[in-house]
Design a protein around this ligand. Structure first.
Ligand SMILES: [Fe+2]
Length: 339
C-alpha cells in the first residue's frame, strides 16, 4: 500500500517509483485559476492547442519546483517507472459518473486542465480515433452492459497488460496518466518489467525476448488487421532498461515453445506481488507503458478516472497518416499499415 504523504518532498517508494504531494495552498490557487477555463471541442485543433497552452502555463505557476523536477525526471529519457502526484485540484462540482464512457457536457474543465498541465510540454497528448471517439482525455468508468469486458469500461478484474500492444512500438503510448475523480475501492496494479526479469529463468527470458507473440486488439478497438508477432519481455537497445509489451486481449503464440513460455509468463505474473495504488480523487498516477504492466482489481463501487496517453513526439504518427501538423488523433488501422 502507498503511504499517506504529509511532507511535500518527493519520496522514493521502491526502486521503481516516486510519490510527491502538492501543498494545499498551491492546490487551492491552481483551482481558482482554472475554474473559469472552458474545455474546448477537441475536434477544433487550434482550440485544443490553446487549451493545452493555457493549462501548461497555469500548472507551471502552481506546481512546486519539487514536483516540476519530478515530472521532468519522469518524462526524461531514462526516468522512472511511475510517479504519483497527490492533492491535485479537481472539479468542485462533478456531474454524475458517465455511464457511456464519454465526457458530460456539463462538466467543468478543472481536471482536464490539470492533466494537460502535468504533461505540459514534457510530452504530447494523443488519442486513437477508434477509441472514445478520439477524445484526448478518456473517461474511465464502468459502462452498464460491458461489466465483463477486459477494458476501461469493465468491472471484472483486468489482467496485466500494456496499452497499444498490437501496434508498432513507435505508435504505442510512451506512458499513461490516470487522474482520480471518484474511486471507492479499486486498486490499480503495477508490475515493473525489471521485477519480471529478476524473477524469470534464463530460458524463459530467452523465449519471451523472441518475436513469437501476436498481441491482438483489445475490446476497446473494434475491427482490424492481424498484428505482426513481437516479443513480450526484453532489454531496450538504447537505454538498456527492461521493457515489456503484452495485450489485454488474446495473445497468439506462433509456435509450441512460445505457447509454453506464455503460460509460464502468466504463472509468473500471478505469483509476483504487484505495486497497488488506489487512485483517490485528486491523485494522478503516471507510468511508463513500455516498462510496467498494469491491471486493476474488480470494480465494486463507483469509479471514475480520467486517462491520457502521451508520447515524446507525434511526428511519426502525423507522417505515417499524412495528418495535419496539429493533429493528435490517429486511426489505428492506418498505423497498423506500418507494422
Ligand atoms: Fe490499460
Amino acid at each position: 500500500m502507498i503511504p499517506q504523504l504529509q511532507d511535500p518532498s518527493p519520496v522514493s517508494l521502491d526502486p521503481y517509483g516516486w510519490i510527491v504531494r502538492l501543498p494545499d495552498i498551491d492546490r487551492d490557487f491552481w483551482l481558482d485559476s482554472v475554474l473559469s477555463l472552458q474545455y474546448p471541442d477537441f475536434r477544433d485543433l487550434e482550440a485544443w492547442a490553446e487549451f493545452r497552452a493555457i493549462s501548461r502555463r497555469l500548472a507551471d505557476q502552481h506546481l512546486t519546483s519539487e514536483i516540476r523536477q519530478c515530472l521532468k525526471t519522469f518524462f526524461g529519457p531514462v526516468g522512472c517507472e511511475y510517479l504519483i502526484v497527490e492533492n491535485l485540484p479537481i472539479d468542485p462540482h462533478l456531474p454524475l459518473v458517465p455511464l457511456d464512457g464519454m465526457r458530460s457536457s456539463g462538466k467543468q474543465g478543472v481536471s482536464e486542465a490539470v492533466i494537460a498541465g502535468l504533461i505540459g510540454d514534457r510530452a504530447e497528448i494523443f488519442s486513437y480515433a477508434n477509441e472514445k471517439a478520439g477524445s484526448p482525455i478518456h473517461e474511465v468508468a464502468p459502462v452498464p452492459g460491458l461489466e465483463l469486458s477486459q477494458s476501461n469500461a469493465g468491472r471484472t478484474p483486468m489482467v496485466y497488460h500494456t496499452d497499444g500492444a498490437f501496434l508498432p512500438a513507435r505508435f504505442r503510448p510512451k506512458g499513461l496518466l490516470l487522474l482520480g475523480l471518484l474511486n471507492v475501492d479499486t486498486d490499480t496494479l503495477i508490475m515493473p518489467a525489471a521485477q519480471l526479469m529478476d524473477a524469470a529463468s534464463p530460458d524463459l527470458l530467452d523465449a519471451l525476448g523472441q518475436p513469437w507473440y501476436r498481441h491482438m486488439q483489445p475490446a476497446s478497438f473494434p475491427g482490424g488487421a492481424v498484428p505482426n508477432p513481437r516479443p513480450i519481455l526484453w532489454i531496450g537497445k538504447r537505454w538498456h532498461y527492461p521493457q515489456v509489451t503484452t495485450s489485454s486481449s488474446s495473445i497468439e503464440p506462433i509456435n509450441a515453445a512460445a505457447s509454453d513460455a506464455l503460460s509460464e509468463f502468466r504463472r509468473l505474473c500471478a505469483h509476483l506481488t504487484p505495486i497497488r495504488i488506489t487512485i483517490q480523487p485528486g491523485t494522478a498516477l503516471l507510468f511508463r507503458n513500455n516498462r510496467v504492466l498494469h491491471g486493476r482489481n474488480a470494480v465494486g463501487g463507483d469509479r471514475w478516472l480520467q486517462r491520457a496517453y502521451f508520447a515524446d513526439s507525434l511526428e511519426p504518427f502525423r507522417t505515417a497518416t499524412n495528418a495535419d501538423p496539429l493533429a493528435f488523433c490517429f486511426d489505428t488501422q492506418s498505423l497498423l499499415q506500418w507494422s
